[in-house]
Design a protein around this ligand. Structure first.
Ligand code: SAH
Ligand code: SF4
Length: 377
């Protein structure tokens, strides 16, 4: 620990994650005109430049000066994997202190006649303290919170890949120039619990939404939480039009506590109460994630209980057959059983979708790539 502290002092700070006004201030303090701050902002957040030396629109002496005091990107790409069907790219990054995190780009082919969506799945913590038993990240324990800059950089790194592909398709005549879109959606569903890193998560959101930069509409952003009740309440007052997903994964306290230790702190009744509060305050529906674990939470009586629990709540349920992890104690619920479960929800008037996770062949599930790298070292 002693060592970590002494090296941390020498790490050059990153300007990623600073709010626009703060960046303006820094540029003014360096004696540059305000339009230079705008140029800098655009070249980072629109053009995805993560190194000052690539920003050739800025005068060389200003660039040199900036690079003595600051950095932009801090993530070091360790692994880049593409799934066999090319739909999914998974990146493993080392942070400046050597911690490892994962980010995933998922491509969808059809989207109501438009060019397919591209979704960035990003991490908010290295590891996670909440210990859900089916989750690879949860089994690795907590390392640290990511800074807002580290959260944003994941989007920029994936955006670079997404834009390069779009440009290539324009050259190949598959895509029109006006259809260059890069990343269209962001989900906070990688490693860690976003609402346990509340401040940095919200700061990162503001930069990702900013329409002079990355410009992802808030309705195209989803935060997934294990269900931290006080933070959900706080989030409902933020005036953000984002989507909120709650990892429910069980319809009663006994079943939920067996796989999700957090349920002992925030039992289902409190969680559902705050969900009603959230819907009332934001007028947004809630997405419930329900990972189907064979023999654990996937019976028809579980489905009935879930139907009753969510009755009257403006929501949508995503049923997700589990991605087996290394200590794989859970098996996937088969297609027929998943559909029967969905049928019961339908009887209760609760809309749901069965989602097969993308990128299974490259361990694209939460925390699985890091787990594999560490265990093969
Ligand atoms: N900590 C947050 C967000 C990260 S996890 C949360 O728990 O919501 C993102 C989603 O992946 C959660 O719904 C989580 O329960 C789910 N998940 C974790 N392990 C999984 C696995 N092995 N298979 C399928 N989904 C998994
Ligand atoms: Fe943490 Fe989410 Fe994994 Fe649970 S599912 S251990 S909250 S990352």
């Amino acid at each position: 620990m002693e060592n970590l502290h002494s090296t941390e002092k020498f790490i050059i700070p990153s300007i990623l994650g600073l709010e626009k006004e703060e960046l303006n201030k820094i540029v003014a303090q360096l004696g540059e005109k305000p339009y230079r701050a705008e140029q800098l902002w655009r070249s980072i957040y629109k053009e995805c430049n993560l190194d000052f030396s690539d920003i050739t629109t800025l005068p060389k002496n200003f660039r040199d000066f900036l690079s003595k005091k600051f950095r932009i990107g801090t993530l070091e790409k360790k692994i880049h994997l593409n799934s066999a069907d090319s739909s999914t790219t998974k990146l493993l990054f080392a942070l400046s202190d050597g911690e490892l995190i994962e980010s995933v780009l998922m491509r969808y082919t059809s989207d109501y006649g438009k060019k397919g969506r591209k979704t960035a799945c990003i991490s908010t913590q290295a590891g996670c303290a909440l210990g859900c038993t089916f989750c690879a990240t949860g089994q690795q324990g907590f390392r640290r919170n990511l800074t807002s800059g580290e959260i944003i950089e994941q989007v920029l790194q994936l955006q670079k890949i997404a834009l390069e592909e779009d440009f290539m398709e324009v050259q190949q005549g598959i895509r029109k120039k006006g259809e260059i879109q890069g990343i269209t959606n962001v989900v906070y569903m990688g490693m860690g619990e976003p609402l346990a890193n509340y401040k940095n998560t919200i700061m990162s959101l503001r930069n990702i939404i900013d329409n002079t930069g990355i410009n992802i509409g808030s309705r195209h952003i989803t935060i997934s939480t294990v269900g931290l009740v006080p933070q959900i309440k706080k989030l409902s007052h933020e005036k953000l039009q984002i989507n909120l997903a709650i990892s429910l994964h069980a319809p009663d306290n006994k079943t939920r506590s067996e796989t999700m230790p957090v349920n002992k702190r925030f039992p289902i009744e409190e969680l559902i109460d705050v969900c009603h509060y959230y819907v009332q305050k934001t007028n947004r529906r809630i997405f419930f994630e329900y990972v189907l674990l064979q023999g654990q939470n996937d019976s028809l009586s579980n489905a009935e209980k879930l139907g009753k629990l969510l009755n009257g709540l403006h929501c949508h349920v995503n049923l997700i057959p589990v991605n087996p992890t290394n200590n794989g104690v859970y098996s996937r619920t088969d297609d027929n059983a998943s559909r029967s479960f969905q049928g019961v929800l339908k009887r209760f008037g609760i809309p749901s979708t069965i989602r097969l996770e993308k990128g299974i062949d490259i361990n694209a599930g939460c925390g699985q790539l890091r787990e594999r790298v560490l265990s093969s070292n």
